[in-house]
Design a protein. Structure first.
Length: 523
């Protein structure tokens, strides 16, 4: 009887995962890098559900000397003394921090256990003082410096991006606690913090001038997530089961996984990374689903983008510096950094001459998350469900039926919620671009030609659509602009059929008023 493959869905404890025989993608080579690099303080940011907690748990059992758990893994092959260090695992995942005071409760619960373990008399209510006493006492009692692991150090901040009072309350509390990393340095062997974002103006980053941020490090680019090689080495049986369930061959199943879950990249020279949460669920279910989207709605991200009136059309296809991607300022959050750090944008490539990253949406799963959650920033359809719109648009554009596509779009925009009106031409472009891009076809915004700039291009295997959008102007004017500026000329040697689409949006009805479609004949 063949043994059942266990994928450990949602299991973030390394010990439990190993003891029950779940598949574990070996990341222990990065532990060797950490312990031999000479650095004491590390920070790693990755989007949610990317394996940060599991890696931190792996570090925990390594520093606790649990050698038997690592049998057969990379770290088991190196020369290491497997000493047991006093370990403080600071887990901030326990609360949502929707109101002040919850951090005190979480920290007090952890601190009481450590104070009992290291025979500390309770002398102060102050969290920073208590943490300092715990670090010093643990070192003195065991004779070894302390290892401190902080899981989701920024959880109270991320949950309050749009609540300035709560954000400042928790920023102040966390800054006081984390200040001990510097003041108690003589008692510390290693500190490793994980989170979603490197928040600016938080003292842990300003005070620790020797903090090693490995978030964008080429050396640590693959520390979380699953590379192509790791997918093929560890999930052969799961891919075969997926192929059987989808009635496709093995390579087609691999392609399906890549299209839906691959495409993340976290460093200039990093590999393409698959979302581990989605891959594990797809393997377990033998089915492609929107697993990452289902684990949490990006309400906080959407509200922040709306608050700062982010121009999403420009954000989705942009070049930026490393500085642009680092840090978040509550008062003026950079939408590019916000979307990158939360996993909705990722690195696509790097220009060495310009020293700029090109960003884009990672994969189909993330595009659908954008469609379902962020597009309502600009409109909210009551007439059609998102899946129906996606299905209609895919069919219409792939089969060369632009008239049907425009009818579906008109019905969609007609269902806009009055409170979420499209108020200007930029918002109309944003909404239209997102809607077109989400269908998974080759969509480009503001493509430059020698005579102008094309609003939107949609390309399929057999058709090319050149779209000009007008706000309170006629569709005829849109078509005339396309023709006058010869936007279609660059496709005259292309074997695909070319359609010109001019669309007019009315500020009064907040709907597509009319459109005009013209097929191009280059002969």
């Amino acid at each position: 009887m063949r043994e059942i493959v266990k994928y450990g869905i949602g299991e973030q404890d390394f010990k439990s995962l190993r003891q029950v025989g779940c598949i574990y993608v070996d990341k222990t080579q990065y532990i060797e890098k950490l312990v031999t690099s000479g650095s004491k303080y590390y920070f790693l940011a990755r989007p949610r559900r990317f394996g940060k907690s599991l890696f931190l748990s792996t570090l925990r059992y390594f520093f606790e000397g649990n050698k038997e758990l690592f049998e057969g893994l990379y770290i088991d092959s190196i020369d290491h003394d497997w000493q047991k260090y006093p370990l403080l695992y600071f887990d901030l995942n326990q609360e949502r921090y929707a109101r002040p005071g919850l951090l005190d409760r979480v920290a007090d619960n952890m601190f009481r256990k450590w104070e009992k373990l290291y025979d500390i008399n309770f002398i102060s209510q102050d969290l920073s003082i208590r943490f300092s006493n715990i670090i010093e006492a643990a070192h003195k009692k065991t004779g070894r410096q302390v290892v401190i692991l902080v899981d989701e150090y920024d959880k109270p901040l991320v949950g309050n991006l749009n609540e300035s009072a709560n954000f400042e309350h928790y920023r102040s509390k966390l800054a006081a606690i984390y200040s001990n990393f510097k003041s108690s340095a003589e008692h510390i062997r290693l500190v490793f913090l994980t989170g979603v974002s490197r928040f600016s103006k938080l003292s842990v980053f300003s005070d620790l001038n020797n903090l090693k941020d490995i978030t964008f490090s080429n050396e640590y680019a693959d520390i979380c997530g699953i590379t192509e090689k790791e997918l093929l080495d560890n999930f052969k049986e799961g891919i075969e089961n997926l192929a059987t369930a989808e009635d496709i061959d093995y390579q087609e199943a691999c392609d399906l996984l890549k299209q839906n879950y691959d495409g993340y990249r976290f460093a200039r020279m990093g590999s393409d990374i698959y979302n581990p949460w989605s891959v594990l669920n797809a393997m377990d279910d033998s089915e492609i689903g929107n697993y990452w989207n289902e684990t949490g709605k990006p309400t906080i991200v959407a509200e922040a983008l709306k608050r700062i009136n982010a121009d999403l059309e420009k954000v989705f296809d942009t070049h930026c510096s490393l500085r642009d991607l680092q840090g978040l300022d509550l008062l003026d959050p950079n939408p590019i950094a916000l979307l990158y750090q939360t996993g909705y944008l990722t690195i696509k490539n790097y220009n060495n001459k310009l020293r700029k990253f090109k960003l884009g949406i990672p994969n189909r799963e993330v595009k659908e998350g954008f469609f379902n959650e962020l597009l309502p920033l600009y409109q909210k359809s009551k007439a059609l469900k998102p899946k129906e719109v996606i299905s209609d648009l895919i069919d219409s554009f792939i089969l060369g039926r632009p008239e049907d596509a425009m009818k579906a779009l008109q019905a969609y925009f007609a269902g806009i919620d009055y409170s979420l009106r499209i108020e200007n031409e930029n918002n109309f472009h944003n909404a239209f671009f997102l809607l077109m891009d989400i269908i998974g076809l080759d969509t480009k915004a503001e493509s430059h030609t020698s005579e102008g700039r094309i609003d939107i291009e949609v390309c399929t295997e057999d058709y090319i659509y050149i779209v000009e959008l007008k706000y309170d102007h006629t569709a005829r004017e849109a078509i005339e602009q396309i023709e006058d500026r010869h936007y279609a000329r660059k496709y005259q040697t292309d074997s695909r059929k070319v359609f010109l689409i001019g669309a007019s949006f009315s500020s009064k009805t907040r709907c597509i008023e009319d459109w005009e479609i013209k097929k191009v004949d280059f002969h």
